[in-house]
Design a protein around this ligand. Structure first.
Ligand code: DX5
Ligand code: ZN
Length: 226
């Protein structure tokens, strides 16, 4: 689970990070007002969250020309950086240089971008982030077709014998979490479903339990067959 701080009160980011201190990741959505119309956080906020003892920072760059600023985010303390395949003509080179910087790499895909766009860079990343809404805002409804993309990606990774994380981002809540897990996602970003709830820690625990229950549901039929 990776709660997205985008949905937290911007005047209380430190408190929000503490409320989900047991999360596997804290997802930070960086938007530049250009790749997406919205404008959010920069490296200074990433650094402040790190200093505040936030969970490992999962920085999602929704910015054009990400090659110009990735180093700043690594220095600021990002543990994983997601770059959009649509944001640069040189995604392979960018992922290679991120690897040299020693940070975990995710390559991100917009809902309208075909899976083929990442086919030749899967060796150069540790995770693939499938956008399940159009990037730019929190609180949108999951686009069902994107889960078919997740399932195809899971099959492709298996076919290639590659062990990569599949991150889903957007519209993940108690209603959609099981579908995402069954499609093959293993890392779930959730903004409004966590920070829009009266008790974010409790909301996070409920989402995690629902994800685990969906995984158990997956395992059972296989077990019964043997
Ligand atoms: C959307 C962001 C998401 C966003 C998800 O552009 O990439 O990470 O925070 O928010 P919810 O969970 O509210 O859809
Ligand atoms: Zn995001």
């Amino acid at each position: 689970m990776a709660p997205s701080i985008l949905a937290a009160d911007p005047a209380r980011l430190g408190e929000a990070a503490s409320a989900v201190s047991d999360a596997d990741w804290l997802h930070v959505d960086v938007m530049d007002g250009h790749f997406v119309p919205n404008l959010t956080f920069g490296p200074n906020v990433v650094e402040a969250l790190r200093r505040a003892g936030a969970p490992p920072l999962d920085v999602h760059l929704m910015i054009t020309e990400p090659e110009r600023s990735v180093e700043q985010y690594v220095r600021a303390g990002a543990r994983r950086i997601a770059v959009h395949v649509e944001a640069t003509p040189h995604i392979h080179r960018l992922l290679q240089s991120l690897g040299q910087l020693g940070v975990e790499r995710a390559v991100a895909l917009n809902p309208g971008t075909p899976l083929e766009a990442v086919e030749w860079v899967m060796e150069e990343c540790e995770a693939i982030l499938v956008m399940t809404v159009n990037p730019g805002w929190g609180g949108q409804k999951l686009i069902p077709a994107t889960l078919r993309k997740v399932a195809q990606l899971r099959a492709l990774l298996e076919e290639r014998g590659l062990d990569r994380r599949i991150v889903v981002d957007g519209g993940i809540d108690l209603q959609t979490v099981a579908q995402a897990v069954r499609a093959g996602a293993d890392t779930l970003v959730a903004g409004s479903a966590v920070f829009g709830a009266p008790d974010p820690a409790e909301a996070l625990a409920q989402l995690r339990a629902a994800a685990e229950a969906a995984l158990d549901g997956e395992a059972k039929p296989k077990f019964n067959q043997t």
